[in-house]
Design a binder for this molecule. Sequence first.
Ligand SMILES: [Zn+2]
Length: 267
Amino acid sequence: MRLYRVILLIIALCGVGLRSDAQQTNRWVVEETRGEETLYSEFPLDVAGVWKQLDSVSDELKNAVGIESSSEPVEVILFSTHASYVQYLSQKIPQARNRRAIFLRNGAVSQIYAWNSRTLMTDLRHEMVHVRIHQHLPFFPLWLDEGLAEYFEEEPGKRSVSSRRDSVRWKARLGMSPSLRALEGLPSAEAMNGDSYRDSWAWVSFLINNSAESRDTLRKYVKLIYRGEAPGPFSNFAEAESPGLTSRANSYFRKMTIVVTLDSSDR
Ligand SMILES: [Zn+2]
């Protein structure tokens, strides 16, 4: 956790010069502001469609987990090609080269950088989850941060046919369920591989879909962090709050039932 926060702080400092770059350059063919949110793009695109996707992510996060949207500024900065994206970011954020999209926090301004790939909408949804989490909370465990981003990056109707679902189910039936303790032991984002992302997704899927009890436990954990308390590792918190809950995850992983829509009445 401490390492991850240090990384975010460094990234925030790196981002200092980037905001003015986005505002001053005339490279954008689209520049649209909606309230506190601005979208810059090197290529024409369906701006209303982007706002709709980002709004739906924010609504779901609020309804399912209790992470509220903030009125702090958000900048979405889009490039027409990977080369253009890398060229723009490479000096200040060399690690962007290996990522399809990146989220930065620059003071109160949250920025999403991405390029026009086949997965653009999914990438924007993913990074928007990080934006909302870091606007709302002073810190958050890495596995939950990435697990929520992986979960909500897919539109609701696509989640139950996610390829990750088959993989987790198959492994769970062979006795290899994702380990929460292993996820909690990840020291930094750099230590995460594809399996860590998938397993974080699986644990978030369990918490959101298994029962009202599992969902409430996650919401209570979020609320404590929001209030500035330090609830410790989620596994310890969950065991105290709802004994036996996490041990029921193994049977969930063998089925991986995913609810398509979740409104506030399901809480
Ligand atoms: Zn992420």
